[in-house]
Design a protein around this ligand. Structure first.
Ligand code: PNS
Length: 166
């Protein structure tokens, strides 16, 4: 296992990454030494993903290429195990609204039960992203809404293409 330094993991389904996710990742990279973005291989509480894990990872890598202390990994195990393998002492997640709280409260308590040594830290979403979710973006794009200012340009293009295939 790697040494525990100022490393955190930013986990998620990232199907696809949004500008809100990127805001949390960027702010984490400014506040902390090293950020490992964890793309969950198979989100258990979600329907089939629009993008493969490799595609979701590639979108984040492209969008964070300018951030020297950010790396992106796919994980298939428990989040606390992934955090330990990454040498992280904390999980950082964004919190948009009260509606996020109940789910995140449960997740944080489960993760604490699994490993009390891994802390859960919640970063309040920037106001301009407080309404933004991958699910909302997918719904907008499905019905032809403009998502160009909500996700990185390559993601918007890939969504248009993928959803057009359906
Ligand atoms: O972006 P999401 O969908 O809110 O991210 C969910 C994620 C990846 C954080 C969650 O599904 C997760 O941690 N999955 C790995 C399995 C796990 O450790 N679950 C929590 C404890 S049971």
């Amino acid at each position: 296992m790697a040494e525990r330094d100022g490393t955190v993991v930013c986990p998620g389904s990232y199907d696809p990454v949004t500008n809100g996710h990127l805001d949390i990742i960027t702010r984490s990279s400014q506040a902390l030494e090293r950020v490992v973005v964890g793309v969950v291989n198979n989100p258990i509480r979600k329907e089939k993903t629009l993008f493969t894990p490799q595609e979701r990872k590639a979108f984040i890598e492209e969008a964070t290429a300018g951030l020297g202390n950010v790396e992106v990994q796919i994980f298939s195990n428990l989040l606390v195990e992934f955090a330990r393998e990454s040498g992280a002492k904390a999980i950082v997640k964004g919190l948009r609204a009260i509606s996020d709280f109940e789910y995140e409260f449960e997740m944080a308590q489960l993760n604490r039960k699994l490993d009390p040594g891994i802390e859960s830290i919640y970063m309040i979403a920037s106001p301009q992203y407080s309404f933004l979710s991958s699910t909302g973006v997918k719904e907008m794009a499905t019905f032809g809404g403009h998502v160009g200012d909500l996700v990185p340009a390559p993601v918007a293009a890939a969504m248009a293409e993928r959803l057009g295939e359906r």
